[in-house]
Design a protein around this ligand. Structure first.
Ligand code: SAH
Length: 386
C-alpha cells in the first residue's frame, strides 16, 4: 500500500482529532496523488489511513485512525451513518445537506439533496478518485432521479483538479422545485451559487421568523431565502441583491409562493444602506447575509471593516425594538471577533443593541469538535433596545 510519513507535529495534530496534516509536516511520500495511503508516524508506527493529494497544501486528510488494516467498507458505512443522522433531524424541507465533509468523517465530500436529485462535490484528489464509487453507493441507497457533480469550486484548482459540472447518474432537469418550510424554490442546480441554494441558513430563517415584523430589508438576498420566509408576517419587504440572475429568481419565487408585498432590487448593499440612511428610512427588521468577506487570513482586516460598515448602517436604520439578523460565513472571522465587530458597530452608530440569539449553521451542517474549520457560519439576532 502507498504510504506517507509525517513528523511528530503532524502526528500530534491527528491525535488531537484533526483530520488534516499540512505539507510542512509530511516527511516522506511513497504514493501517487489521489491514493488512499497508510499514514506512518516519526517512530514508524502506523497512525491510520488517509486520502493523499500531491498538489495541495493539505496533502493528508485522515479517513481512519489506528494501526489496523484499511477497511474497504468504511466509506459506505460513513455514508449510511450520515444519511441516518439526517433522517433523525426531522427537517421540514426537501432540500438538505446529507454529507458535510470532515464533520461526517468523509473529508472533502459534499452531498446535498434537492428533492429527487442529488448534487455532489469532491474537493480533493483522493475524494475525486473515490467519487464514482460514492455515486454508485448513493444511487443504491437513495435511488435518486439524477446525480449532478458540481465540481466547479475554485478549491479544486488548488488540488490540480478540473472545474466541471456533469451529470453522473440518471438525469437532471434545468430547474428543480424544492420546499423549505412553507416556501417553494425553483433552483438551477447547474448554475446556482454553492450547490443551488444556501441550505445552511434554513434554521436561521426559522429563527428570524420568531421576530420579524413591519418593514423588512433583506440585504444580500440571493434567491430571497430570508425575504420569502418572512414576507407573510411583515407589511413590506425589500430584497437587495447585486446579481441580476438572482434578482429574477427572487421575483419568480415570490410569484410562485403568492408573495405580493416583496420588492426585489438589483443593487449593491453598501450603496443601498447609505442611500436609505440619507433618506431617513426606518426598518423594523433587517437581515444581512453577505458572502464571505474574508476568504483567507490576509483579507481579515478588510473584511472586518466591511462587516462593521454594513452593521453600523443597518443599526441606524432599525426602529427601536426592531431586530437585526446579521451573519458572517467567513471561517477566518470567528464568533468572538464577529461579536467584537458588532460591539464596535453599536458604539459608532450610537445604537444600543442586545443579543437575542447567537446561532450557527443548520444541524445538517454539523460542526466537528476539534476541527474549527467546520464552524464557519455565525448568525446573531440583535434587538435595538431603544
Ligand atoms: N441570504 C441568502 C444567501 C446570501 S449569499 C439566502 O438566505 O439564501 C450572498 C449573496 O450576496 C449572493 O447572492 C451574492 O450575489 C450577493 N452579493 C455579494 N456582494 C453583494 C453586494 N455588495 N451587494 C448586494 N449583494 C451582494
Amino acid at each position: 500500500m502507498s504510504t506517507v510519513v509525517i513528523n511528530a507535529r503532524g502526528e500530534q495534530r491527528v491525535r488531537s482529532g484533526h483530520p488534516w496534516v499540512y505539507r510542512a509536516d509530511v516527511i516522506d511520500v511513497d504514493a501517487a496523488g489521489g491514493d488512499v495511503v497508510g499514514v506512518i508516524g516519526p517512530r514508524r508506527r502506523q497512525v491510520g489511513h488517509a486520502l493523499f493529494s500531491d498538489r495541495s497544501q493539505i496533502p493528508v486528510r485522515m479517513l481512519a485512525r489506528g494501526d489496523g488494516p484499511f477497511d474497504g467498507t468504511l466509506i459506505r458505512s460513513r455514508l449510511e451513518r450520515a444519511l441516518a443522522y439526517r433522517e433523525t433531524l426531522g427537517l421540514d424541507a426537501t432540500a438538505v445537506r446529507l454529507v458535510h465533509g470532515e464533520a461526517d468523517l468523509l473529508p472533502s465530500l459534499v452531498v446535498d439533496r434537492y428533492g429527487d436529485h442529488l448534487v455532489v462535490q469532491a474537493l480533493s484528489q483522493g475524494m475525486d478518485r473515490l467519487l464514482p464509487g460514492v455515486v454508485g453507493m448513493l444511487d443504491e441507497l437513495l435511488r435518486p432521479a439524477g446525480i449532478l457533480a458540481r465540481n466547479d469550486p475554485k478549491v479544486r484548482t488548488l488540488e490540480g483538479l478540473p472545474q466541471t459540472v456533469e451529470v453522473l447518474a440518471g438525469s437532471v432537469p434545468e430547474t428543480v422545485v424544492v420546499r423549505e418550510g412553507p416556501i417553494e424554490y425553483e433552483v438551477d442546480l447547474r448554475r446556482g451559487q454553492k450547490t443551488g441554494l444556501f441550505l445552511d441558513q434554513r434554521e436561521n430563517r426559522e429563527a428570524a421568523a420568531r421576530y420579524a415584523r413591519g418593514r423588512l430589508l433583506d440585504g444580500f438576498s440571493y434567491h430571497g431565502g430570508f425575504a420569502l420566509r418572512l414576507a407573510r408576517q411583515c407589511e413590506q419587504v425589500e430584497a437587495v441583491e447585486v446579481s441580476a440572475d438572482a434578482v429574477s429568481r427572487i421575483r419568480v419565487n415570490a410569484e410562485r409562493n403568492g408573495v405580493t408585498n416583496l420588492e426585489a432590487r438589483e443593487a449593491n448593499v453598501f450603496d443601498e444602506l447609505r442611500r436609505l440612511e440619507r433618506e431617513g428610512a426606518r426598518f423594523d427588521t433587517v437581515v444581512l447575509d453577505p458572502p464571505a468577506f474574508a476568504r483567507n487570513k490576509a483579507s481579515v482586516e478588510g473584511a472586518l471593516a466591511g462587516y462593521k460598515e454594513i452593521n453600523l448602517r443597518a443599526m441606524r436604520l432599525l426602529s427601536p425594538g426592531g431586530h437585526l439578523v446579521t451573519c458572517s460565513c467567513s471561517y477566518n472571522v470567528g464568533e468572538t471577533l464577529f461579536a467584537q465587530v458588532l460591539h464596535e458597530a453599536s458604539i459608532d452608530s450610537h445604537v444600543p443593541v442586545a443579543i437575542v440569539e447567537k446561532r450557527t449553521q443548520g444541524r445538517d451542517h454539523p460542526v466537528l469538535v476539534g476541527v474549527p474549520e467546520t464552524h464557519y457560519l455565525k448568525c446573531f439576532i440583535l434587538r435595538r433596545v431603544e
